[in-house]
Ligand binder design. Structure first.
Ligand code: TNX
Length: 562
């Protein structure tokens, strides 16, 4: 019956082409609301233009940049306000918080009956997501017009006549453009022209994130990764609507960010890495390039200066910071917890203030991560006193404190955020810090750690927090993970990639894919869409995209790759 309806609907709009190969609901992370309309399948014509107003110009240019290589179409970006025929692709940043009644030119006017998918249609939102309608606001409007899009939401309308993406911000438009990219055939990821029908499934997607903070961390201290590798990671995040890149810039094995007032940190402390691997460091311009590239993709960089432990590289560069005032040997092993800056010396706090000041000045985003993990050699009272001062020094730069959850027992400062990496959600100390005002980023070691092995035979990675296959990465709820921490106190989720065993771009991708999209979905999608069976099917469709894009993913056996 579904197929007959589809054929009838295709006839109705005069299309005899086969249906779009991708279904409207096949998006990762799962959108909040999906309203397929099989009669509305759209085919991108060779002369398509992208019409956009000034606020959406940069997103439109990026969208065109994603679509040009595989289509070979020129895809000019034109001014939506200029007279002339309407192009079939329109991107609009609307001023208000509510969704505009967004319909591409030539689309049926409101009130015109459009064929609805039958209830048993495989792409029908109701099939995979029985509660989809209640995921958003109280009353579910059939057109999704009742959903306030907020800072990052978007609405995508696809009809046979055209495509329109509407948002209230460029960030929302960007996320909508990433959704559109996923709705095109997988060959859209090809770097060279492919001859195919560039079909997009008809209907409407109305979407917005569950959590404000969705991130990944890259440890560039254990092994150094150059600017180009980091930019590629930013692209991976952006595909899956992750909006924060946490850079673990300093550790025992290397100091990776140039600090003008303490130049030996990067010059000397940056020379080493784990084992025999080459060191490396970012100049101020390198770092600016990373934050600028990320900003254009609506990704905020969160720099981490790990203190008071994990500081051997800094002590090699400046022995005056060491408790014994003598330089330790450079460290290229993978143990943790042995080093620390001297919490009893005022010079240490001058160092911290200088470093925070310079890093904050280079960083447009609101966050500064001060580490705080595994300072095993520092007695509890001096640790708390050190952290209290370090938190104040972050606040003095105008940034908001982020730190690993070991910061919990230290005093509260306004807005502070703890990154929880525990493996047991019963953590009264963290819950207590939340009661005193802290918010949480969830990075459970046994769920979200991208450096854990998938299986016993995974050639790289750790297993101290257990093995994490795709299902384990997906199978938890950030809103209800730590006892006594309500969803309202959860700022979001982050998937950290520690790199003791990760040495190349391909190895980064092998550990990130396909687990990063699983964490991204937990951060973005409403809980009502949670469904392992549906997720693995949707994820499977991304394998050919990654292959076409040259992403070296792990072909996890539990995913039904095509
Ligand atoms: C613990 S998680 C660490 C890192 C290691 C990681 C390895 C955390 C805050 N600290 O120093 O790289 O385990 O999985």
């Amino acid at each position: 019956a579904g197929e007959l309806a589809r054929v009838a609907a295709d006839r109705a709009v005069g299309q005899l082409a086969p249906p779009a190969p991708v279904r409207l609901g096949d998006v990762v992370p799962a959108p909040e609301r999906v309203l397929p309309d099989p009669a509305g399948d759209f085919t991108l014509p060779p002369d398509a233009a992208i019409r956009v107003g000034v606020a959406g110009l940069d997103v439109a240019e990026q969208l065109a940049g994603w679509l040009r290589p595989a289509t070979g179409y020129p895809l000019p970006v034109t001014d939506a306000a200029a007279p002339g025929p309407g192009g079939p692709l329109t991107l609009t940043v609307a001023a208000t918080g509510a969704t505009a009644p967004a319909r591409p030119e030539g689309a049926p006017a409101p009130g015109t009956p459009t064929p609805r998918p039958p209830a048993d249609h495989p792409a029908s939102a109701g099939a995979a997501r029985p509660d989809a309608a209640s995921a958003g606001t109280a009353r579910a409007d059939a057109d999704g017009d009742d959903v306030a899009l907020g800072d990052e939401g978007y609405r995508l309308d696809v009809t046979a006549a055209g495509i329109r993406i509407t948002a209230t911000t460029p960030a929302g438009l960007f996320h909508g453009a990433q959704t559109l990219r996923q709705l095109l055939p997988a060959a859209i990821e090809s770097a060279t022209p492919v001859t195919t029908r560039w079909a997009v499934p008809g209907g409407t997607v109305v979407d917005r994130p569950r959590f404000a903070y969705r991130g990944a961390m890259l440890d560039v201290a254990r092994h150094f990764f150059g600017v180009d590798d980091v930019l590629r990671v930013v692209d991976h995040l952006a595909r899956y609507k992750l909006n924060h890149l946490h850079l673990h810039l300093t550790d025992d094995q290397g100091w990776r960010i140039a600090v003008d007032s303490w130049p030996r940190l990067a010059e000397v402390g940056g020379a080493t890495a784990v084992g025999d691997a080459p060191g490396g460091r970012y100049t101020r311009d390198d770092y600016r390039r990373i934050v600028g590239y990320a900003a254009r993709r609506h990704v905020t960089v969160v720099p981490e200066i790990d203190l008071p432990g994990h500081t051997n590289a800094a002590l090699v560069a400046y022995p005056e910071l060491a408790p014994g005032k003598t330089a330790p040997p450079p460290y290229t092993g993978t143990e943790v917890g042995f080093s620390y800056v001297d919490p009893a010396d005022e010079r240490t706090y001058a160092f911290v203030a200088d470093v925070f000041g310079e890093v904050a000045a280079l960083t447009p985003g609101p966050w500064l991560h001060l580490g705080g993990d595994e300072a095993f050699k520092v007695p509890a009272a001096s640790y708390r006193a050190f952290v209290a001062r370090a938190q104040e020094l972050v606040a003095a730069t105008g940034k908001t404190v982020v730190g690993w959850h070991q910061l919990a027992p230290a005093g509260h400062v306004d807005g502070r955020v703890l990154q929880w990496w525990g493996t047991n959600g019963d953590d009264p100390e963290t819950a207590d810090a939340v009661r005193r005002g802290a918010r949480l980023i969830l990075s459970p070691g046994n769920r979200a750690y991208l450096d854990m092995k998938y299986a016993p035979d995974t050639p790289i990675g750790h297993d101290w927090a257990g093995l994490i296959d795709v299902r384990r990465a997906y199978d938890w709820d950030p809103g209800a993970h730590v006892v006594g921490v309500p969803e309202a106190a959860v700022l979001g989720v982050e998937a950290p990639l520690w790199t003791e065993t990760v040495t190349t771009r391909a190895e980064i991708e092998f550990m990130m894919f396909p687990r990063l999209p699983a964490i991204a979905e937990l951060g973005w999608s409403p809980r009502a869409t949670y469904d392992w069976a549906g997720f693995r099917e949707r994820l499977a469709g991304h394998g050919p995209r990654w292959t076409a894009a040259g992403i070296a993913f792990h072909p996890a056996p539990e995913i039904p790759w095509p």
